[in-house]
Write a protein that binds this ligand. Structure first.
Ligand code: BMA
Length: 367
């Protein structure tokens, strides 16, 4: 399904469909209250109201199973002829002023691809896997727990502020060909209900996590950044209470998300479907009550050993759920990580099913 640009809703309607308030919103006069972020919220909302959802893929145009940095390439496009409606990117390493992110993708390239995807009428989402600010290890280094210390460690607090500022500066710099800000979904501090990241459960109390989120938001707001749609995305197997234990609050969040992956191939089908079906309905319900959007912010089956995964597992799992998008993770290059891919590439046995998913579902792709 390709729906070109969804017509943007009338200016006044935008204000009523969510959009957590930023400092710049508060300062704006009535005539210019429609921020780029609100425009994107409206675009996502229109898709949901029409019964569709954006299909997303991480690092889609950066590299694929057999190629790297080939202008215009995309494994999604190679299989179905269109780009994913949403592209996801990661800021990991921007905090230390690196020119490339943790997977080797240059930030200049990311900025250019974000502009191209925006010009196609597509959407961009940004995650962030920053280093551990005490150990200098990666996001998965939980040998130290920075958030237990940040309130009493001024140097650490300063480092965190500098790091968040660098992420904010990059996002503020995202512009289209005319120099207008490009709105993006920003999904920091994700999967925090698990204990694998230094900001996750076990390494931070709920209060410490919420303080981190607020700190992040305050730094962005102080810079007057108005092109960010904020997504909260804890992981799987959460009760309603657990999901909201670390929720920063309606003022800080625009999208209620969840990351749920499919593990264990054929054997794991029932478990995956039941994980989605036990969590997404209350997420969708709460989003609706709060005037927010909902999304399956990360999902997928690595290697697609279940070759009809898209139509026989994913679609039944999300059936009837009004969600703005579903994003699968990256297709790493074969020579570096042969089994790490989430969309089929040409010649893979899941190709025909992915085409059927494109042709027959309400997933949105872009030309
Ligand atoms: C993980 C894997 C890693 C990657 C990280 C950040 O899920 O794909 O190889 O470095 O995401 O993109």
């Amino acid at each position: 399904m390709n729906l070109k640009l969804f017509p943007l809703m009338a200016a006044m309607a935008l204000a009523s469909c969510g959009g957590s308030k930023s400092a710049s919103d508060k300062d704006a006069t009535a005539a210019d209250t429609i921020t780029p972020a609100q425009t994107l919220i409206s675009q996502l909302d229109s898709v949901v109201k029409s019964g569709h959802f954006y299909f997303g893929h991480h690092d889609d145009t950066a590299y694929g199973h057999t190629w790297k940095y080939v202008e215009g390439n995309s494994d999604v496009k190679a299989v179905i002829g269109e780009y994913p409606g949403l592209m996801s990117w990661d800021l990991g390493m921007i905090e230390v002023d690196s020119a490339k992110n943790l997977d080797g993708v240059p930030f200049e390239f990311i900025a250019a691809e974000i502009a191209k995807q925006n010009a196609r009428g597509g959407v961009n989402a940004i995650s962030w896997h920053p280093l551990n600010p005490i150990s200098g290890g990666n996001s998965w280094d939980v040998s130290t727990s920075p958030l237990h210390e940040v309130a009493t460690n001024a140097a650490l607090s300063d480092t965190l502020d500098v790091w968040i500022n660098r992420a904010a500066t990059f996002i503020a710099s995202l512009k289209d060909a005319e120099g207008n800000p490009v709105p993006v979904i920003f999904r920091p501090w994700h999967e925090n209900s698990g204990s694998w990241f230094w900001w996750g459960a076990g390494n931070a109390t709920p209060d410490e996590y919420i303080a981190l989120w607020k700190r992040t938001r305050e730094i962005f707001d102080a810079k007057g950044i108005n092109n960010v749609v904020w997504a909260y995305s804890p992981d799987k197997d959460l009760t309603h209470e657990q999901y909201f234990l670390t929720y920063p609050g309606d003022e800080y969040v625009d999208i209620l998300g969840t990351d749920i992956y499919h593990f264990d191939g054929e054997k794991g089908i029932d478990q995956y479907v039941s994980r989605v079906k036990s969590q997404m309905p209350f997420v969708v319900e709460e989003a609706k009550k709060r005037g927010k959007l909902a999304a399956l912010t990360e999902t997928g089956l690595e290697s697609l050993g279940v070759t009809d995964w898209y139509t026989s597992v994913l679609l039944p799992a999300i059936e009837g759920l009004p969600i703005a998008y579903v994003c699968v993770w990256r297709n790493a290059i074969e020579s570096e990580n042969p089994n790490h891919f989430y969309v089929p590439y040409p010649g893979h046995p899941a190709e025909a099913d992915f085409k059927a998913f494109h042709d027959n579902s309400n997933a949105v792709f872009v030309k």
